[in-house]
Design a protein around this ligand. Structure first.
Ligand SMILES: Cc1ncc(COP(=O)(O)O)c(C=O)c1O
Length: 395
C-alpha cells in the first residue's frame, strides 16, 4: 500500500494529529469542514504574532521591507504549491475574487459569441459569467448535467454542448463542486474543449489541498483558488493562475497601472493586502507539506468518505449523490433521504437528535445534505454518522 493510504487508515496517527488543533469541546460534531478549514494551533500563534508585529511596525516595515523581503518569497511559495512559475500567479483575497478578476477581464469575447456554465458552478461564478456575457453582447448557455453522473456523461454533455452551440468561446469549470462534491474529469473536458477552441476558467476552490493536480497536464490556462479550505491558511487569501502564453487574453484589471501589463499582478485589483495573513503562509505551507501535502490529506478525507458511503450506499431511503468511480469523488459527498422532500428538516434532525452538524445544498435534482469530514474527523465520528443516517433512513 502507498504510504499515504497506509497513513489514511492509521487512527492512532490521526488521534494524535488532532492535538495540533484547538477544537471546541462543546458543540456538535462538525461534518461541515468544507466551508473553511481550521488553522493549527501553531499557525494561529504565528498569525497572532504577525498581527501584533504589523500593528507595531506599521507602514515602516511594510513600505520598506514587505514586498522586497517577504511578499515575493511568499508568492514563490504559493506558485510552488501548484508547481508553476511564480510569474504565473497573483495573490487575491479569495477564490471568487480570483475567478471574477479572470472572468471580467477575459477579452476574447465578441458580440454574438456564447459562454457556457453548468448547474454545478458556484453562484458567484455563474453570475460573473452572466455579467460578462451581458457586457460583451454574448449569449449564456447553461447546462444541466445528468444525475447520477459518470465520466462518459460529463464529457459527453460538454461535447454535445460544443456541437450544438458552436459559438461557445469560454466556459467555467468547477473542479470540485460545492453542491454534491462531484470531482470533474478536468483533463478529459479540457481536451474536448480544446477540440472546439473553447477556453476554460477553472474554479479550483475545493480542489487545492485535497487533490494533487498539474495544471499543465490538465490543459488549464486560467484558474482561481483560495487558501483557507484544505491548505489550512488564514481566511481571505486566494490566488489566480494564468498560463504565461495566455496573459494577453486577460486585460489588466480596470486599467490597473501599478504593474506593467506584462506582469500578472496587474490582473487583480491593487489594494492593501492582509499582510499578517500572508506572512503566516510559509508556516502553513510547511505544515501542509510535512503532513504529505494534498495526496495525504486527500487520502485521509477519501478514506473517511468511503467509510460512510460504503455503509449507506445500499440502504433503502438513502441516496448518495456522487458515484463510486474514484476519479469522480473526494472527501466532500452529499446524500439525501429519498422518502423526505424537506432535507433541511432531516439536517435539523441530524443536529437536534444526533448532535451532528452538516449543511443543505440545492442541486438541479433537489436538495441534499453535504457531509464533509475534515482532518480533525476520526473514524469513530464517522461511525456515529453512519448510525444516525441509518436510523433516520427508517423514519
Ligand atoms: C466551488 C467553490 N468555488 C468558489 C468558492 C468561493 O471561495 P471563496 O470564499 O474563497 O471566494 C467556494 C466556497 O465554498 C466553492 O465551494
Amino acid at each position: 500500500m502507498p504510504e499515504n493510504t497506509l497513513r489514511a487508515h492509521d487512527e492512532a496517527f490521526w488521534q494524535t494529529y488532532i492535538g495540533r488543533y484547538e477544537i471546541d469541546s462543546e458543540g456538535p460534531l462538525n461534518l461541515e469542514n468544507g466551508y473553511f478549514g481550521r488553522m493549527s494551533r501553531t499557525v494561529v500563534e504565528e498569525y497572532q504574532r504577525n498581527i501584533a508585529f504589523i500593528n507595531r511596525s506599521n507602514s515602516v516595515y511594510v513600505r520598506q521591507h514587505f514586498d522586497l523581503e517577504h511578499g515575493d518569497a511568499i508568492r514563490r511559495q504559493v506558485a510552488q504549491l501548484i508547481q508553476v512559475p511564480p510569474e504565473t500567479v497573483a495573490m487575491a483575497t479569495s477564490a471568487v475574487d480570483a475567478l471574477q478578476s479572470l472572468i471580467r477581464n477575459y477579452n476574447k469575447l465578441k458580440p454574438g459569441d456564447q459562454v457556457l456554465i453548468c448547474d454545478l458552478e458556484y453562484a458567484s461564478v455563474k453570475s460573473a459569467m452572466r455579467w460578462l456575457a451581458r457586457q460583451r453582447g454574448a449569449e449564456v448557455i447553461e447546462l444541466v448535467h445528468s444525475h447520477p453522473a459518470s465520466l462518459e456523461s460529463l464529457v459527453g454533455t460538454y461535447r454535445n454542448a460544443f456541437i450544438r452551440h458552436p459559438r461557445v468561446k469560454l466556459m467555467a469549470l468547477t473542479y470540485v463542486n460545492h453542491l454534491t462534491g462531484l470531482v470533474m474529469p478536468v483533463q478529459a473536458i479540457a481536451e474536448t474543449a480544446g477540440e472546439f477552441d473553447v477556453d476554460i476558467i477553472l474554479d479550483g476552490a475545493h480542489a487545492l489541498g485535497q487533490i494533487d493536480f498539474d495544471l499543465k497536464k490538465l490543459g488549464i490556462h486560467f484558474a482561481g483558488f483560495n487558501l483557507q479550505k484544505w491548505i489550512g491558511g488564514p481566511l481571505a487569501l486566494g490566488f489566480l493562475y494564468i498560463d504565461p502564453q495566455r496573459l494577453a487574453d486577460i486585460d489588466p484589471d480596470m486599467d490597473e497601472g501599478h504593474y506593467p501589463a506584462t506582469d500578472i499582478r496587474s490582473r487583480t485589483p491593487h489594494s492593501t493586502p492582509n499582510i499578517p495573513a500572508l506572512l503566516t503562509l510559509p508556516l502553513v505551507f510547511e505544515e501542509h507539506q510535512a503532513l504529505g501535502g494534498a495526496s495525504a490529506k486527500g487520502a485521509r478525507l477519501n478514506y473517511l468518505r468511503d467509510m460512510w458511503v460504503s455503509a449507506v450506499r445500499d440502504v433503502p431511503g438513502i441516496e448518495v449523490m456522487t458515484p463510486d468511480d474514484p476519479s469522480l469523488y473526494c472527501g466532500i459527498t452529499s446524500m439525501r433521504f429519498t422518502a423526505h422532500t424537506d432535507q433541511q428538516a432531516m439536517a435539523d434532525r441530524l443536529l437536534d437528535d444526533y448532535d451532528i452538524f452538516t449543511v443543505v445544498r440545492h442541486t438541479s435534482v433537489g436538495p441534499c445534505i453535504r457531509i464533509t469530514p475534515g482532518l480533525i474527523t476520526l473514524a469513530s465520528d464517522i461511525k456515529r454518522l453512519i448510525r444516525a443516517l441509518i436510523e433516520l433512513s427508517h423514519t
